[in-house]
Write a new protein. Sequence first.
Lengths: 112, 113
Amino acid sequence: DAGVIQSPRHEVTEMGQEVTLRCKPISGHDYLFWYRQTMMRGLELLIYFNNNVPIDDSGMPEDRFSAKMPNASFSTLKIQPSEPRDSAVYFCASSLWGGKAFFGQGTRLTVV
Amino acid sequence: LAKTTQPISMDSYEGQEVNITCSHNNIATNDYITWYQQFPSQGPRFIIQGYKTKVTNEVASLFIPADRKSSTLSLPRVSLSDTAVYYCLVGEASSSNTGKLIFGQGTTLQVKP
């Protein structure tokens, strides 16, 4: 298995632009998580899905952020419009059962 | 969700055993204790999970006392490559409910030659 695949690995965009991060979970996993990591705030859970349904999005910072999971093999995290304070590493993770999640390599987002 | 408290940083030398303790005074009956490891520029990686007593795998051991209000991750004979951030998580982890996976600040372990 290739593990959790995220794309792009790096993204540099200008303030105000729309950014879309993509994630392919491990096949058969029922849970998908989106995290954001910064030096100041650590690793923050933004949203997680179970069987493609959003279960808890209380960590999504504001309306500029949205996440979708149209099918079991694909999810997106969209930021529109992007701001410099959104610069961070965004991780996607998937899990089959409780507690043991597999993380992707992350997308390093820089908003200038 | 039970709050966890662990040291911000620890130093060790190669070949030593390292023990990282995590406090979780408000752990619930259905909660498991899970530890992750994160290297720079990588996502966290699952190390070990337990409910009570002792769990051991090829990477580490996890010691959980009877009251379950704390847990200790033990890394035998660390090497430089064990330098990483170690996270302790507490939450429901049954096969039917993953629930939230909330990461705290973690413990930065620095292994010196």
